[in-house]
Design a protein around this ligand. Sequence first.
Ligand code: SAH
Length: 380
Amino acid sequence: MKRYAKLHRSGVTEQPHLAVTMPEIVRTQLSESPEGTVLKFTQRVPVDTAHRPTTLASSAGEIGSGIGLPVLQPSITSLEVESVLIPMIGRKRIRTYTLCVSSQVGCAMGCGFCQTAQMGLIRSLKAEEIVAQYFAARHQITRPDPTAEIANIVFMGMGEPLDNLTEVLRAIAVLTDRRGPGLSMSKITVSTVGRIDGLLKLAEQVKQTGWHRLGLAVSLNAPNDQVRSQIMPINRAMPMARLRETLENWPFYSGVHLCLEYVLIPGVNDEPVHAEQLASFVRGNLFEGPESMDGQQIKRFPGAPLRGLINIIPYNPRHNSPWPAPTEEAADAFMQRVKDRGVYCKRRRTKGRDTMAACGQLGNPEVTRKAVAAGRAAPP
Ligand code: SAH
């Protein structure tokens, strides 16, 4: 037990009767932001066929993009896991980091705006490979700066956490273990495309002692089913009304809020009427906005207001993106419109775009190219 604590707290991997090998850090890329340096790092993991789903009956075939598993070229013997340390200046002007971890290499969900989706799902990560990202961030990457504190961990890197729920839960159990890293549950957030089957299982976990304060973020990204199904294939199987119902019934404990992420994409989901619809999604029966705008009916979502806030993420163009990034003014105007409807809404500042470390930009172009060449992944 002492050795376990020493490993996690002090980062000592070589101890009497204990030699733990951590995945090698392949590279670290830095980019500056107003709040400090954004550090993207990648770790090498084996291809490991045991953790590659083998049939199309996996989530990829059923509710993901329908593109199946990319066929890996024999020349690919290892994979890279990407993680990002994002600096934040807190209330007391103290700098902390949010660590963004990956739960899979690639992703099966096929969202049209996301770089990772271009790879298809290569494989799911094991719990220890998820924990190893924290270990590297805490004991290897930030070590030169003893004041650097990792205040939050978000599952917003590569992959869909609810597509790999068992391993994600095991990793969270280790990260919050008081004898180990000892992070508090409220500092961890799982972000999902909104897989309802996974959300129901996660809700059961959240009801367990010690898990009540786990954070949940849902990538809504669209104000209505038409737009959402177009950019997020999951929505065709699990439309917004069902998602809303699941979120309405979420086991909220005190102080916990749902975060609804909304990637703002010019020409796709950024019209004034979309802001109205989005407000209606959050407020449910309370929505008192207009019935229609610009000749478009505003869909009313019945039900109680959601206990959540909206996080607007300005779109970060992926490789070969058909859409540009929104302007600052457009993002502010959209946000203001949602706020005017009484919905709490904030904006995520873009960091790390120049090193492809920003939201939705993680993904190895090399693997993507090879997967596309093998005819399995969606072309960019
Ligand atoms: N699969 C999970 C977690 C990974 S994505 C999920 O969907 O939530 C983490 C966040 O980045 C999501 O909110 C996603 O919508 C957003 N994102 C994806 N691609 C993006 C892009 N190109 N620009 C900005 N945000 C993006």
